[in-house]
Write a protein that binds this ligand. Structure first.
Ligand code: O7M
Length: 215
């Protein structure tokens, strides 16, 4: 993903019409559009191809299965036109290797969740976040997902992965995180959903976040 605005839109609306309207309005401010279960379960995987005409699509399916099932999921998602996939890491190195291998075959990206941004994200993820981050680096993933609600954790995870891997960071706005703070802590991109798609003017909301970050 090319870094221009350091902003990824989390497009968690559930219908095609709203999705395309919002994506069109904000496309000049975002480097990528993250699509996950809410929209794909609402409209089908075909929405990925439509959105990919506006910006590269990150498929957020938090893939977490055995290597063979992960492979099948990644193949479907890349064939549908996604530029990147998000996987979990707690399923282990063989599962992650399977996703990275498919991504290499398709020349696409893989991001691995380290620690989640919501309050419950500290319960099970906190003790293993660094280990998952190290595994993502060792496996040749493109980057990791780390919480904008805890910039200090982004700093910790950056120390583990060094400068070669990217950090994409959700939790800005609706979850209380600050875009500028987490970029200063070492994130490459922020992932923002509700603060943009629930705004009366998604374009203005996206522009404001870009201005805050001065990326
Ligand atoms: O800005 P929001 O809170 O409306 O949306 C944040 C998006 O990021 C939403 O799509 C979440 O599913 C996602 N997300 C988190 O909020 N926290 C995480 O720890 C991880 C993700 C995510 O994108 O995982 C890949």
């Amino acid at each position: 993903m090319e870094k221009k605005n350091c902003l990824i839109l989390a497009l968690d609306v559930t219908d095609r019409e709203n999705a395309l309207r919002i994506a069109n309005e904000v496309s000049e401010y975002v480097d990528s559009i993250k699509v996950g279960y809410p929209l794909v379960l609402g409209e089908g995987l075909g929405i990925v191809k439509e959105l990919a005409e506006l910006a590269p699509v990150i498929a957020d399916f938090k893939v977490a299965d055995i290597p063979n099932t992960d492979r099948l999921i990644c193949e479907h998602v890349f064939n549908a036109g996604a530029d990147a996939i998000i996987t979990h890491g707690f399923t282990g190195r063989d599962s992650l290797d399977s996703c990275v291998k498919v991504a290499e075959e398709y020349d696409r990206d893989v991001y691995v969740v380290t620690e989640m941004s919501h309050p419950g994200g500290v319960e099970f993820f906190r003790p293993v976040a660094e280990t998952i981050a190290q595994m993502a680096a060792d496996a040749g993933a493109t980057g990791v997902v780390a919480p904008a609600t805890r910039p200090e954790r982004v700093r910790d995870i950056r120390k583990i992965i060094g400068d070669d891997l990217h950090i994409i960071s959700p939790g800005v706005g609706a979850q209380g995180g600050s875009a500028a703070d987490v970029i200063n802590a070492g994130a490459d991109w922020v992932i923002v959903g509700r603060s943009i798609y629930n705004s009366n003017s998604p374009a203005d909301a996206a522009m404001k976040i870009c201005n805050e970050m001065k990326c």
